[in-house]
Design a protein around this ligand. Structure first.
Ligand SMILES: *Cc1c(COP(=O)(O)O)cnc(C)c1O
Length: 810
C-alpha cells in the first residue's frame, strides 16, 4: 500500500484516542497493539468487501477447507508485510517513541492446532489468498488452543492457552449468521405426498456463532475468510428463569455443557480420541459450516442441483468426514432430493486427504455412542454402508471377508476412513511414498475398487512466513542476488545455483547464518541460562514428541558421543549444540519420559567440564509457530529421522531446507523428494527403507536383542538408562529401556543406531569443509521452491477442486 509516514502517524494518533479515550503518552504496549490492529483491519476490510463482492458477482467455483485445526501463529507482522507497510509503520512509530517489535511481541500465537496437520491448513490458506484463489477455511473457535508447555525439573507441565484473554483484533463476530446444530433425540418416520420423511425430534439444539478472520493475500487485493464457529446456547439469558422454577443451577450447568463444545482443542496428534465431546466437535464444525455454505449458495442459485459445480469441500483427514452424511441429510431431508442425486452431489463436492497410516490414528467410533449422539446421521451412514456393501458384493460375490474388511460399519464401529473414501471423489496422500503405501498396502482394497480417486499432493509450506518473515536477512540476500520474483514464483529460487560457487555469495550466506545463530544463542541464554557456542554446529530436532519420530534415537546417540568423549576428551569432533523442542500429548507417557530423558542427558553433559564444551544439549520449551520462526533460520542440521514409512510427509523438513539447513534423515515422507531435488551429495541419508520396515512388520525377523549383543556401544548406553548414571529418579527410564529390548523395539531405534551414528559422523566431516558445507546449504535453498505450498495448492486447485483465480481490482 502507498501510505506515507506522516499520514500513518495521523491515523495512529486519531485511532488511539478514539479507541482508548486517553492520550498517547499514557499508552501501554497492549493499547498500541490494539490500535495498530484496528488500523490494519480497516485497510484489509476494504479489500475483504471487494473480494466478497467479486466472488458473488462472478459466481466462480469456491473451495471450503474443513479442518479441526488451523495453526496460524501470529498475524500482525504477517499482515504488515503482506500490505508492504512494515518499514513505513516501523519508522513512523519509532518517531512517536513506540517500538514496533515490542507491539508485535504482545500478540499471542493463534495455536488452534497440534502440529503439522494444523500448520498445513494455515499454509494452505496463505497460498489460496496469495494465488488469488477463492478458498476459505472452516474450523472451531476453541477458547483454549494447544496447551502451553512449561518444563519443571525436566518434566513437561501443561498450562492452558487462553489466547483470547485480551480479545482478538482480527476476528469479527457475525451473530446474524448463527445457525443451529442438533444433537441426540430420536427420528420419527412419516409420509408426505407419498414420500417417506424423517423427523428429528427431542434433540438438544446448540447455537453455532461464526467469527470471521480475514486471510490477506501477499501484496494483492484478495482477502479470503477463515470462519471459526463458537458454541452458545439457543436460550436467551432471561429464558433461564423458565428452565424450571428453582432450577437455576441446572440452567447454568446446561449453558456450561453447550459451551464446552468449543472450549478446548484436543491435544492428541495422530491419536484417535474416543470421547463423545470430540465427536460433538466434529459434527458441530461440519453441520454449521455446511448450513452456512448452503444458505449462501441458495440465496444466489435457488436449487442445489448444480452445487458440486460451484462448491468444493475438502476434508483435512477424517476428522470432518461427517460432512458426507450431513450433506446427504440436508439434500434429502431439507431439500427433498432423492438418494441417488444427493449421492452424486455429495461425492462430487467432497474430497479427502489422508495424513497418516499409523493404526492408533485411524478414526473409528463405537456405533452406540454415534447413534445416540447423531441418530439421523447414523441412519444415513447405515444406508451408505448398505449400498456400498451391496456394490462390493456385486464385484466380489461371496467374499464376505473382504467386504467385512472394507465395510463402513463393522465390529460395532463406524470406520471413518472407509466412509471418506466411499463418499468422496478424490483421496490424496501427502507425499509420493505415502500415496504409494496407501495404494499398495493400507488402502489397496479400496484402490482396486476406486483407482481413479487416488492421487498424490506432496505437502508444502509458505515461503512468505517461513523465509521472508522468519529470515529477513537471508531474504534480502536472495532478493539482492536474483530479484524478488521468488516471492511469487518460488521455483525461481533455483537461480541461486548461479551463485553456489561464488565465494563472495557463499561468504554472505555463511554470515547470515552466523548472525541468525548469534540471535538464537542469545535467546537460549536469556531463556534457559545455558550458554552455547555460536561457532558450534546447530543441530536441531523440533517437532511433536512421538515414538515414531525417534527423538530417542537422537538422544541415545548423544549419550554415546558423550561416552566416547569421556574416554577421549581430544576426540576429533567439531563442537556441536543439539537443540530439541516439542510437546508431548498430556496422556502419552512414553513421550513425556523422552522429554525427561533429554533433560537428564542435557544435565549430565552440560555440567561436565572434562569434555571441554564440545557438546551441549538444549531443550527449548513450548515449541510453536513463533518459536519455530526463531529456530529454523539458525539451524544447520535438520533432524528428520522417523522410522521409514511412518512420517506421511513432514513439513518441518521443508522449513529447514528453505533456510539452508542440511537434512540428516531416513528415506521417509517428503525427505525422499528433498533428496531427489538436491541430489545425494546435498543430504545425509541413513537407515532402513520403508519396504524393509513394512516387511519386518509383516514377516517378522527382527530381534532387538541380537543388535544389542553385537554392539558394545548400545549395551553401554542402554545400561546407563537404568543404572543410575543419569540424574533422575530410580527406574525413571525403565519403561523406555523395556520398549527397546523387551518389546522388541517397535520403531527400529537399535537397528538404525549404527547407520545413524555413521551419518552423524559424515555430518561432522562435511561441516569442517566450510566451503563445501555452505555450497550444500545454498543448494538446499535453491531447490526448496517446489516445496512451496503455492505449488501444492496449484495442484489441488487444478487436479481436485477445479477452481480458478479471481482477480480483485483496486
Ligand atoms: C511445521 C510445524 C510442525 C510440523 O513439523 P514436522 O517436523 O513436520 O512434524 C509442527 N509444529 C509446528 C509449530 C510447526 O511449525
Amino acid at each position: 500500500m502507498n501510505i506515507d509516514k506522516e499520514y500513518f502517524q495521523k491515523l495512529f494518533l486519531e485511532k488511539f484516542e478514539a479507541i482508548h479515550g486517553k492520550m498517547i503518552s499514557e499508552a501501554s504496549s497492549l493499547d498500541c497493539y490494539v490500535t495498530l490492529g484496528a488500523i490494519i483491519r480497516d485497510f484489509i476490510s476494504r479489500k475483504w468487501i471487494a473480494t466478497n463482492q467479486a466472488y458473488a458477482a462472478q459466481g466462480e467455483k469456491q473451495v471450503y477447507y474443513f479442518s479441526m485445526e488451523f495453526l496460524l501463529g501470529k498475524m500482525m507482522e504477517r499482515n504488515l508485510i503482506y500490505l508492504d507497510l512494515k518499514e513505513t509503520v516501523a519508522e513512523a512509530l519509532e518517531e512517536l517513541g513506540i517500538h514496533l517489535h515490542e507491539i508485535l511481541s504482545i500478540e499471542p500465537d493463534a495455536g488452534l492446532g497440534n502440529g503439522g496437520l494444523g500448520r498445513l491448513a494455515a499454509c494452505f490458506l496463505d497460498s489460496l489468498s496469495s494465488l488469488q484463489l477463492p478458498g476459505h477455511g472452516c474450523s472451531i473457535r476453541y477458547k483454549y488452543g494447544f496447551f502451553e508447555q512449561k518444563i519443571v525439573d525436566g518434566y513437561q507441565v501443561e498450562l492452558p492457552d487462553s489466547w483470547l484473554k485480551n480479545g482478538n483484533v482480527w476476528e469479527i463476530r457475525k451473530a446474524d449468521k448463527a445457525v443451529e446444530v442438533r444433537f441426540g433425540g430420536n427420528v420419527r418416520m412419516d409420509q408426505n405426498n407419498g414420500r417417506t420423511v424423517f423427523i428429528h425430534e427431542n434433540y438438544d439444539a446448540v447455537l453455532a456463532v461464526p467469527y470471521d478472520t480475514p486471510i490477506l493475500g501477499f501484496r494483492n487485493n484478495t482477502v479470503n475468510t477463515l470462519r471459526l464457529w463458537s458454541a452458545e446456547t439457543t436460550m436467551r439469558e432471561f429464558d433461564f428463569s423458565t428452565f424450571n422454577r428453582g432450577d437455576y443451577l441446572n440452567a447454568v450447568k446446561y449453558k456450561y455443557e453447550v459451551e464446552s463444545i468449543s472450549q478446548i482443542l484436543y491435544p492428541d496428534d495422530r491419536h484417535q480420541e474416543g470421547r463423545t465431546l470430540r465427536l460433538k466437535q466434529q459434527y458441530f464444525l461440519v453441520s454449521a459450516s455446511l448450513q452456512s455454505i448452503i444458505q449462501r449458495y441458495k440465496k444466489k442459485n435457488g436449487s442445489l442441483q448444480g452445487f458440486a459445480e460451484k462448491v468444493a469441500i475438502h476434508i483435512n483427514d477424517t476428522h470432518p468426514v461427517l460432512a458426507i452424511p450431513e450433506l446427504m441429510r440436508i439434500l434429502i431431508d431439507e431439500e427433498e432430493i432423492d438418494w441417488d442425486e444427493a449421492w452424486r452431489i455429495t461425492t462430487g463436492t467432497i474430497s479427502y486427504t489422508n495424513h497418516t497410516i499409523l493404526p492408533e490414528a485411524l478414526e473409528k467410533w463405537p456405533i452406540d455412542l454415534f447413534q445416540t449422539l447423531l441418530p439421523r446421521i447414523y441412519m444415513i451412514v447405515h444406508e451408505i454402508n448398505e449400498r456400498f456393501c451391496r456394490e462390493l458384493w456385486q464385484r466380489y460375490p461371496g467374499d464376505w471377508e473382504k467386504i467385512h474388511r472394507m465395510a463402513i460399519l463393522a465390529d460395532g464401529y463406524v470406520h471413518m476412513a472407509h466412509l471418506a473414501v466411499a463418499g468422496s471423489h478424490s483421496v490424496n496422500g501427502v507425499a509420493e511414498i505415502h500415496t504409494e503405501i496407501l495404494k499398495k498396502q493400507v488402502m489397496a482394497e479400496f484402490y482396486e475398487v476406486f483407482p481413479y480417486k487416488f492421487n498424490n499432493k506432496t505437502n508444502g509450506i509458505t515461503p512468505r512466513r517461513w523465509l521472508l518473515k522468519a529470515n529477513p536477512s537471508l531474504s534480502r540476500l536472495i532478493t539482492d542476488a536474483i530479484g524478488p520474483s521468488w516471492l511469487h514464483h518460488s521455483t525461481d529460487l533455483i537461480h541461486l545455483m548461479k551463485f553456489a560457487d561464488d565465494p563472495s555469495f557463499r561468504e554472505k550466506v555463511a554470515a547470515v547464518k552466523y548472525s541468525n545463530k548469534l540471535a538464537l544463542a542469545k535467546f537460549i541464554e536469556d531463556k534457559s541460562g545455558i550458554r552455547i557456542h555460536p561457532e558450534s554446529i546447530f543441530d536441531v530436532h523440533i517437532k511433536r514428541i512421538h515414538a515414531y519420530k525417534r527423538q530417542l534415537l537422537n538422544i541415545l546417540h548423544i549419550l554415546d558421543l558423550y561416552n566416547r568423549l569421556r574416554e577421549n576428551p581430544d576426540l576429533d569432533i567439531f563442537p556441536r549444540t543439539f537443540i530439541f523442542g516439542g510437546k508431548a500429548a498430556p496422556s502419552y507417557y512414553q513421550a513425556k519420559q523422552t522429554i525427561k530423558l533429554i533433560h537428564a542427558v542435557a544435565d549430565k553433559i552440560n555440567h561436565d567440564r572434562t569434555i571441554k564444551d564440545k557438546i551441549k544439549v538444549v531443550f527449548l520449551e513450548n515449541y510453536n509457530v513463533s518459536l519455530g520462526e526463531r529456530i529454523f533460520p539458525a539451524a544447520e542440521v535438520s533432524q528428520q529421522i522417523s522410522t521409514a514409512s511412518k512420517e506421511a510427509s513432514g513439513t518441518g523438513n521443508m522449513k529447514f531446507m528453505m533456510n539452508g539447513a542440511i537434512t540428516i534423515g531416513t528415506l521417509d515422507g517428503a525427505n525422499i523428494e528433498i533428496r531427489d531435488a538436491v541430489g545425494d551429495e546435498n543430504i545425509v541419508i541413513f537407515g532402513l527403507a520403508a519396504h524393509e520396515v513394512l516387511d519386518y512388520y509383516r514377516h517378522g525377523g527382527y530381534s532387538a536383542w541380537e543388535v544389542y549383543h553385537h554392539d558394545a556401544r548400545i549395551k553401554t548406553i542402554l545400561s546407563q538408562l537404568i543404572n543410575g548414571f543419569l540424574p533422575a529418579a530410580q527406574d525413571e527410564f525403565k519403561n523406555l529401556y523395556d520398549s527397546l529390548l523387551y518389546h522388541n523395539d517397535e520403531y527400529f531405534v537399535l537397528k538404525d543406531f549404527a547407520p545413524y551414528a555413521d551419518a552423524q559422523h559424515r555430518i561432522n566431516t562435511l561441516y569442517q569443509d566450510k566451503n563445501r558445507w555452505t555450497r550444500m546449504s545454498i543448494c538446499n535453498i535453491a531447490h526448496s521452491g517446489r516445496f512451496s505450498s503455492d505449488r501444492t495448492i496449484g495442484e489441488y486447485a487444478a487436479g481436485i477442486w477445479q477452481i480458478r483465480p479471481v482477480y480483485i481490482g483496486n
